[in-house]
Design a protein around this ligand. Structure first.
Ligand code: 13P
Length: 257
């Protein structure tokens, strides 16, 4: 059985004080690693060190929200993989729809970032997902296939051991509109079949596929109960301990120790 994974994507939110308070609160509630449920928080770059210190030794891991594909050098404003490892990150979110839509990240760029992150020792949460227009136009699976093929171009089966897929339908992000459990399960099954065809069946069975898009304490359990939904990538509800913790607890209730 795949270990569930609940990750908080704080996006461009919190300041040092509120971020550290949130992380400390979470670390106090999750003092040790849980065999059935992995937990991570992904704060903004300036707070990675402080949040990393707040969760050090607890059951909470640290991730970044983006990384450069380049080696250290003249890239003003960019953050390299080695720097993220240096401040204690195990994870990096790549290919988030906000990076794709607002900052023009292409599948080709995302595949370079994925390769650089894996080479540097990070694990990757790779986000894919269709827009509302694409879903309404019956293009969901075509879009997912294109994003998967492009973003994972050049990534071999060995590298995939450190990749988690996050299915985040764009129309469900920050909108309060959650995919139904059927919509989520159907897309996740499709993604797992894609992994099986592109790589192999054991790899597809081992790879975790998280759901993201308006995950809340109220809907987390029913989503994570789906056979192909292996956890959640949580945005807004990860910013409050009283929302994020029940999502983690829901996951733990599905993987009792
Ligand atoms: P919301 O949970 O705020 O919809 O955001 C989801 C997301 O984009 C996580 O990466």
């Amino acid at each position: 059985m795949r270990r569930l994974f609940v990750a908080g994507n704080w996006k461009m939110n919190t300041l040092a004080k509120s971020g550290v308070a949130l992380a400390s609160g979470l670390a106090a509630e999750l003092p040790a690693s849980h065999p059935g449920v992995q937990v991570a928080v992904c704060p903004p770059f300036p707070y990675l060190s402080a949040v990393g210190q707040a969760v050090a030794g607890s059951g909470v891991e640290l991730g970044a929200q983006n990384a450069s594909q380049e080696k250290p050098g003249a890239f003003t404003g960019e953050i390299g993989v080695d720097m993220l490892v240096d401040v204690g990150c195990q994870w990096v979110i790549l290919g988030h729809s906000e990076r794709r839509a607002i900052y023009g990240e292409t599948d080709e760029l995302i595949s370079k970032k994925t390769a650089a992150a894996l080479a540097g020792g990070l694990s990757v949460m790779l986000c894919v997902g269709e827009s509302r227009t694409e879903r309404e136009g019956g293009q969901t699976e075509i879009v997912l296939d294109r994003q998967m093929a492009g973003s994972l171009s050049g990534i071999d089966a060995e590298g995939m051991k450190r990749v988690v897929i996050a299915y985040e339908p764009v129309w469900a992000i920050g909108t309060g509109l959650t995919a139904t459990t059927e919509q989520a399960e159907c897309a996740h099954r499709h993604l797992r079949n894609w992994l099986s065809t592109r790589y192999n069946s054991p790899l597809a069975e081992a790879t975790r596929i998280l759901y993201g898009g308006s995950v809340k304490p109220q809907n987390a359990r029913s989503l994570m109960e789906q056979p192909n939904v292996d956890g959640a990538l949580v945005g807004g509800a990860s910013l409050k301990l009283e929302d994020f913790l029940p999502i983690v607890r829901a996951a733990q209730s599905l993987r009792p120790v």
